[in-house]
Design a protein around this ligand. Structure first.
Ligand code: PLP
Length: 391
């Protein structure tokens, strides 16, 4: 503990009272919330609590067992069908969390001793998937399909059981070159899994504005990306996660994934909430439009203020700080001024790569963004030597 403290790596839980929407109250302090994955602002949508209440009354508060025992409720089945339709896949299975869904991938689709090839910046759950399944974990350079192709050739693809990538990288906000990754895996005959936790509900083909996710936006079907994962606790303001793909792969997960078999199924109220959120996000496309208008406005304001935000057109906008203690100091100073922005530090990101992870949502106003940029400019100059240096 002392070592963590000295290195600026000790973490603190902040006690939240009330809702986590545009505003958040943490340890008694009211803040504008810029640290939430509630990208569409559905966490405070007035319709959802009543839908959850009705499902709990009809199906019970809990799910009562794992899906293969007694926990596979009608709302869960309806949710799986809706996800398959949304993502253009044949079938889907819902896990209790994205961490558990991702853990299942290597255990089910890669043999012990085989290699899982992963993007260096993949989420911890994908890394742990390979490690805990007893597979060899190898990483290719971030968002670099040429390096993946090279490693697939060098390692001989028959030794590689699975390739995994985030679609939208959770700490950097940038996106994977999905079409190139799919082409490499197709050529090598290796299964590709893409985790679109931060893209589902947010991105999608422009012509329909349904938020079908990054993989559909890239025009990739289930022959090209056979395993498509996504969480339901971010844009869809509920909990749980899915894997969608061809029926035989989904059946194999249902039959053999240990994190599915030996885990209590997602409660019906949460399944019903996620299903309603998917529908709402399609019927009320203004949420997504507002989110993207906010992203564009924030980036414009930040650049005008000299904050070097990354060239990413998504809700995750990291500002690099570098040192762990400086990042924590910046977070603290922002909170004192009424802005909640989390500092991300090792081991979530590499040492010396600490950053403020700003997340934008549909519920922010233009004035919120203006105030944030003013506060960031001031705080970063006060707390860091090199406030804005990043690509
Ligand atoms: C890319 C990514 N995948 C998976 C997860 C895990 O999802 P869950 O929180 O549902 O366990 C997260 C974060 O929560 C994530 O950012």
């Amino acid at each position: 503990m002392q070592t963590l403290k000295v290195a600026g790596l000790q973490r603190q839980r902040l006690l939240r009272s009330g809702n986590a929407g545009r505003l958040i109250t943490l340890d008694g302090k009211d803040c504008l919330n810029f640290s939430s994955n509630d990208y569409l602002g559905l966490n405070t949508h007035p319709d959802l609590p009543e839908i959850a209440r009705r499902a709990a009354c009809q199906y019970g508060n809990g799910s009562s067992g794992s899906a293969l025992v007694s926990g596979y409720s009608e709302p869960l089945q309806a949710l799986e069908q809706a996800i398959a339709t949304l993502t253009g896949r044949t079938a889907a299975v819902v896990f209790s969390s994205g961490y558990l869904a991702n853990l299942a991938l290597a255990q089910v689709f890669c043999q012990r001793g085989q290699t899982v090839l992963e993007d260096r910046f993949n989420h911890a759950s994908l890394i742990d998937s390979a490690r805990l399944a007893g597979c060899r974990l190898k990483r290719y350079r971030h968002a670099d399909a040429a390096d993946l192709a090279h490693k697939l050739e060098r390692d001989e693809s028959r030794h590689v059981g699975l390739v995994c990538s985030d679609a939208v990288f959770s700490m950097d906000g940038d996106t994977a070159p999905l079409a190139e990754l799919a082409a490499c895996c197709g050529k090598a005959g290796v299964l590709l899994a893409v985790d679109d936790a931060h893209g589902i509900g947010v991105f999608g083909p422009e012509e329909n504005n349904l938020g079908q996710g990054s993989v559909v936006a890239a025009g990739l079907d289930e022959t090209q990306v056979p395993l498509l994962c996504g969480t339901l606790g971010k844009a869809y303001a509920s909990a749980g996660a899915f894997v969608a793909g061809p029926q035989p792969l989904i059946d194999l997960l249902v039959q053999t994934a240990r994190t599915y078999l030996f885990n209590t199924a997602l409660p019906p109220a949460l399944a019903a909430t996620a299903l309603a959120a998917i529908r709402l996000s399609q019927e009320e496309s203004q949420h997504r439009q507002r989110l993207f208008a906010n992203i564009a406005h924030f980036r414009q304001l930040a650049r005008a203020a000299g904050l070097l935000v990354r060239a990413v057109n998504g809700p995750i906008q990291p500002l690099m700080v570098g040192g762990e203690t400086q990042a924590t100091a910046a977070e603290r100073a922002l909170r004192q001024q009424g802005f909640f922005v989390r500092a991300m530090r090792y081991p979530t990101v590499a040492k010396g790569q600490a950053r403020l992870r700003i997340t934008l949502t549909a519920s922010h106003s233009r004035n919120d963004l203006q105030r944030l940029v003013e506060a960031l400019s001031k705080v970063l100059i006060e707390t860091t030597e090199n406030p804005t240096a990043h690509d």
